[in-house]
Design a protein around this ligand. Structure first.
Ligand SMILES: C[S@@+](CC[C@H](N)C(=O)[O-])C[C@H]1O[C@@H](n2cnc3c(N)ncnc32)[C@H](O)[C@@H]1O
Length: 277
């Protein structure tokens, strides 16, 4: 393992926060060492100072991408947090289909989509509800935009292919049988339905203006990695990216408290929902 000293840690910490907003507190040297040492050695750097220099000179962005891939935590699963998915199934999905039926389309953003489980989980619910209503084609009027900063996570998301282990994590058996086909150790999400999700690499530090307006934004288990200042800016941008009465969902351990006045906090059973004022 390549060791990092205090000066190098400060340089790397700033570099990482500048590139993706991930804020490392003091004393997290081990995190950089454990996640980046292999890469430091692979590109023949003698020290983290050397590595930082190379990263700063990286014009094509390949090294930057690999650093971001190594530093992001892509942990996710299907239908993560039961109470939220109860709300989505019982309230949000029917509301999205109503909007799609009346306005011609509804838009959703899975804003830290990782390997795609969140976006595909939602798509399965939308498909089931559209069929239950006797309007299966309504699913085509719901746009799901799913983004992440990690190229390796997006690669899996776009492929729609998951290992046996990944499909064991939260995916109910009936949905696995209905929406996936298996070949050896790989489970592939329905090829046709998959086209309803548009995956794109996107850094939440960027401006949202080109993305258009959404009716529902899921941005879960990512703000935990950001500084207070970045969270404030992000919440303000999220509010602007929502249609009136649009819904903004965070992870169960995350909150807007003390950081945004743009939302009304509503409870549905055990789920916490933020509705744009
Ligand atoms: C822990 S995962 C959460 C996945 C999913 N939202 C869930 O709740 O299961 C956090 C994701 O946020 C992404 N991420 C971190 N910083 C980001 C940024 N600045 N812009 C976009 N995505 C980012 C990471 O790459 C990672 O895939």
């Amino acid at each position: 393992m390549v060791k990092i000293n205090k000066k190098e840690y400060d340089l790397m910490k700033k570099y990482i926060e500048d590139q993706c907003g991930i804020f490392l507190e003091d004393g997290k040297e081990y995190l950089i060492e454990s996640r980046l040492s292999d890469l430091v050695e692979e590109i023949d750097c003698k020290s983290f100072a050397d590595f930082h220099q190379k990263a700063k000179m990286d014009i094509g962005g390949k090294l930057k991408d690999r650093i971001i891939d190594a530093m992001t935590t892509n942990e996710t699963l299907w239908f993560r947090d039961d109470s939220l998915w109860e709300y989505l199934r019982e309230v949000a999905v029917p509301a999205l289909l109503d909007i799609a039926a009346s306005k011609g389309k509804a838009r959703v953003w899975s804003a830290a989509a990782s390997t795609g489980q969140e976006a595909y989980s939602l798509l399965m619910l939308i498909d089931e509800e559209a069929k239950r209503r006797g309007t299966p084609s309504l699913v085509n009027r719901i746009e799901i935009f799913a983004s992440d900063i990690s190229s390796s996570a997006l690669f899996v998301a776009i492929s729609g292919n998951y290992t046996s282990l990944a499909v064991k994590r939260g995916l109910p058996l009936d949905k696995k049988n209905k929406y996936f086909t298996q070949k050896d150790n790989v489970w592939s999400f329905d090829q046709e339905l998959k086209k309803r999700v548009k995956f794109e690499k996107f850094n939440l530090q960027n401006s949202f203006t080109s993305l258009g307006a959404f009716d529902l934004i899921l941005c879960r288990y990512v703000i935990i990695y950001f500084s207070r200042e970045f969270k404030k800016t992000l919440f303000a941008k999220m509010a602007r990216a929502l249609n009136p009465k649009g819904v903004y969902i965070l992870g169960a351990s995350e909150s807007l408290w003390d950081l945004s006045d743009d939302f009304e906090v509503v409870h549905y059973k055990n789920a916490v929902i933020n509705v744009k004022k």
